[in-house]
Design a protein around this ligand. Structure first.
Ligand code: ATP
Ligand code: MG
Length: 414
């Protein structure tokens, strides 16, 4: 089979490593090693997991574009690569640069900015005349307060370059906008790449939220599913769960699909998977963000369970330049969902208990903890504060949502 290089896999990127191996590929991982300490971009836990799963791990300073590219070229001279894939949001640019340098399929390196930076994404949508939340990119507290005055009374302040809802805050006053600006600016700087110093202030959009999963091949958009998103308590926006596919009638689903197809053309994505988040507002679907990578939070696994679409394999084929067969039309009402357990206020726990009946229910595919007993529990304001999860699949939306709810109500952290 083929030799693929996955750059800094995390989250679904780690599942991609496993799936690529299952599909018979030789899987190499490029990751910052312990030798490159101090950059703030090194997630040793993820690094360890990638090491355990790949055929081979190549160490490189992945925050240094020139050094990482030189490493990849040297590797390619020795072990010819058939594809280079981003393993995580922050490495979409590096993967695109490397693929272009080696003449492999990939995202146009000059077109990555609107896919990676939220202010550039907003600019691309404005240029295409697409409706979206009002927004301003600001670089100081004073302009954050001015943007709030213009877009308020309710706004969202967020880093242009982060993920996991880190430092994304709903604000209701100029003072809160200034405060949130300081938080967003801090986490923008701590990102895997050099920060832009910019923060987005946006009009707050009310409405249910969905993500749209799919891929682009030869410039053609394929929507594989619309995911319903469950969110935690505001002013934060922690993702508490997802159900695939969402409970939507044909007409709003079609509206979302056609909006996202135009969004993808506006941001110029022509190859590989995408994950787009929208809120259904009174004026129609409005984009939260779009990313040129696999969705996180096990959504690819949910999509596979509920719909039979294998987004990992699809991504590999896109980046290998092997055309995907036309996706089969969805059949049946099977749903799959994940629900995360949040316990704000808890700062540690000793024991996690699950109702044995639930654990032995065949519809409950997985149930467990993400933060082991005894660990210090992080701030519940981002996805890092999620204690555990249940992943389940049922014959209908109601059955699946009910299972997730039952699990959430019955597990205890003491
Ligand atoms: N303008 C807005 N109006 C309403 N809610 C918003 C707005 N912008 C962001 N949010 C909420 O905050 C969440 C996180 O925002 P966003 O997706 O931009 O940040 P992120 O860090 O990339 O998040 P993640 O990686 O968790 O998807 C959104 O999914 C949405 O629920
Ligand atoms: Mg998001």
């Amino acid at each position: 089979m083929s030799t693929v290089l996955i750059v800094e896999p995390r989250s679904s990127g780690l599942e991609l490593v496993v799936r690529a191996r299952e599909l018979g590929h030789t899987v190499l991982v490029l990751a910052a090693g312990a030798a490159h300490g101090g950059g703030g971009h090194i997630h040793t836990e993820a690094g360890r997991e990638a090491r355990a799963r790949a055929h081979r791990v190549i160490s490189a300073d992945t925050a240094d574009r020139a050094a990482a590219l030189a490493r990849i070229r040297a590797l390619h001279a020795d072990t010819p690569l058939d594809a280079i894939l981003p393993g995580f949001e922050h490495y979409v640019q590096l993967a695109a640069d490397a693929a272009a340098a080696l003449g492999l399929p990939g995202i146009d390196p000059d077109g990555v900015a609107p896919l990676r930076h939220k202010h550039r994404m907003r600019r691309a949508l404005d240029a295409a005349g697409l409706d979206q939340p009002g927004h301003r990119a600001v670089s100081c507290e004073r302009s954050a307060a001015a943007a709030y005055a213009e877009l308020g009374p309710v706004c969202v302040v967020k880093p242009v370059d982060q993920s996991g809802s880190l430092d994304v805050r709903k604000v209701r006053s100029a003072r809160e906008a200034r405060e949130a600006f300081r938080g967003a600016r801090r986490s923008g700087r701590a990102g895997g790449t050099r920060g832009t110093g910019l923060v987005l202030v946006e009009e707050y959009v009310e409405g249910p939220e969905y993500s749209v999963e799919g891929y682009v091949e030869d410039g053609r958009v394929h929507v594989l599913g619309i995911t319903e998103k469950l969110l935690g308590a505001e002013p934060h926006f922690v993702e508490v769960g997802h159900i695939v596919p969402a409970q939507l009638t044909a007409s709003p689903a079609r509206r979302i699909e056609s909006y996202i197809t135009r969004v993808l053309a506006a941001v110029g994505l022509r190859i590989g998977p995408f994950h787009a988040e929208v809120r259904m507002s009174g004026r129609g679907p409005l984009l939260m963000e779009v990313a040129a990578r696999l969705p996180g939070d096990r959504i690819p696994d949910l999509l596979r369970l509920a719909r039979g679409h294998d987004l990992y394999e699809i991504m590999l084929r896109c980046y290998l330049g092997v055309p995907n067969p036309e996706p089969a039309a969805p059949r049946g009402s099977t749903r799959a969902g994940i629900r995360y357990f949040l316990r704000p206020g808890l700062d540690s726990y000793r024991e996690f208990r699950v109702d044995p009946e639930l654990r032995s229910d065949p519809r409950v595919r997985e149930i467990g903890v993400l933060l082991p007993p005894g660990s210090a529990l992080p701030d519940p304001g981002s996805s890092a504060g999620r204690l555990g999860y249940v992943l389940a699949s049922g014959a209908s939306y109601r059955e699946t949502a009910g299972l997730l709810q039952r699990a959430e109500a019955s597990v205890t952290f003491s």
